[in-house]
Design a protein around this ligand. Structure first.
Ligand code: NAD
Ligand code: UD1
Length: 335
């Protein structure tokens, strides 16, 4: 099948392109490169020995979407979005426009092209501060920032669209904390500026680009006082998209799935695992809690196992080892 991957030059999209090509699919990527570099697609093709089609364009442009859909598309995997929580608080309208308007334009283009299957990048952010862990898909949905609101609105829009015709199919994938890189060290996460997220920050401390990690609070009600998250290897995430696509091809309706390992790890556990993987010391300073952070959240991923036949395979040691290989071999990312 020819799959249109929006945001396919990004971190998760590029790893998913590798998995799709390896599974025998044809791939068309549409990306405006607002948070990525086209070199990644050269590396994806070199890694897989397969070519893909790249449309340099914006999902909010009808003309760019028409170019992307030309030639026949069987399904869409929709990654393209802005994703920085802090930036979304400062510029909510940019997030509403890019993420929500972009998704509406995409669904219109799908309808015009007669494409009926959609796999969507949602996030554990839709659970906000959960009442219970591990979190199941039927937990209350609530948002704590404009980025999270866009994910929740996009889920609702997709669900409504899907309910409008019985032949439509959508899979909403709620990722917990994606980390890691392709084991080759050829592709990985390439954040612009100071990383917001823990794993890329630690990797830059290990490589000497940043002096020390600031641990955002050690007074949470957790065993070591630091925040607990469900870190998930991006290779497992890529595999989940291939399985979700298979599911969307054989089922109709709209379904949501948690994607996580089902295990939580604290900030200090991640630091220790990274020190072990890299052989480098990660100097840490304890600072204030980051506003908006929850103490602990991890997934109950049982539904993805039961329905999609997916379960995470990589452990924390592999997540750290693969992040380190990418960081060590590409200290300036794709630049
Ligand atoms: P990323 O920024 O690396 O990738 C997103 C890609 O989309 C980038 O290449 C960017 O250039 C492109 N893009 C953005 N707006 C576009 C537009 N209007 N038109 C065309 N291209 C556009 O981010 P990622 O980490 O790979 O995340 C992919 C998706 O997964 C996003 O929807 C994100 O919200 C979601 N998600 C990410 C995480 C995470 O921690 N990385 C967690 C949960 C959910
Ligand atoms: C982030 C996003 C969230 C998204 C999730 C999944 C923010 C504010 N939130 O949250 O919307 O759904 O990723 O990818 O970006 N930490 C430090 N020092 C750092 C960075 C992080 O101590 O320099 C701590 C945090 O307090 C947290 C843990 O590390 O306890 C993980 O943080 P991060 O990687 O940013 O992920 P989330 O907080 O889950």
């Amino acid at each position: 099948m020819n799959i249109l991957v929006t945001g396919g030059a990004g971190y998760i999209g590029s790893h998913t392109c590798v998995a799709l090509l390896e599974a025998g699919h044809q791939v068309t990527v549409i990306d405006n490169l607002c948070n990525s570099n086209a070199d990644v697609l050269t590396r994806v093709q070199a890694l897989t020995g397969r070519s893909l089609r790249f449309v340099h364009g914006d999902i909010r442009s009808r003309d760019d979407l028409a170019r992307a859909f030309a030639g026949g598309i069987g399904a869409v995997i929709h990654f393209a979005a802005l994703k920085a929580v802090g930036e979304s608080c400062a510029q909510p309208l940019a997030y509403f426009d890019n993420n929500i308007s972009g998704t509406i334009m995409l669904m219109q283009a799908m309808q015009a092209a007669g494409v009926e299957r959609l796999v969507f990048s949602s996030s554990a952010t839709v659970y906000g501060q959960p009442d219970h862990v591990p979190v199941k898909e039927d937990a209350p949905l609530r948002v704590t920032n404009p980025y999270g609101r866009t994910k929740l609105v996009m889920e609702d829009l997709i669900r409504d669209w899907c309910a409008s015709r019985p032949e439509l199919s959508a899979v909403l994938l709620r990722y917990f904390n994606p980390v890691g890189a392709h084991p080759s060290g050829q592709i990985g996460e390439d954040p612009r500026g100071i990383p917001n997220n823990l794993m890329p920050y630690i990797a830059q401390v290990a490589s000497g680009q940043r002096e020390r990690l600031h641990v955002f609070g050690n007074d949470y009600p957790t065993p070591d006082g630091t925040g607990i998250r469900d870190y998930l290897h991006v290779m497992d995430l890529a595999d989940a998209h291939v399985k979700a696509l298979d599911y969307a091809t054989t089922h109709t309706g709209c379904e949501a799935f948690n994607l996580g390992t089902g295990q939580g790890h604290s900030v200090l556990e991640l630091v220790r695992a990274f020190e072990h993987a890299s052989g480098r010391k990660i100097p840490c300073t304890i600072t204030q809690r980051r506003p908006g952070d929850v103490a602990e959240i991890w997934a109950n991923p049982a539904r993805a196992m039961q329905v999609l036949g997916w379960a995470a395979q990589y452990d924390l040691a592999a997540m750290c080892a693969d992040t380190w290989r990418w960081q060590r071999d590409n200290p300036t990312g794709y630049a």
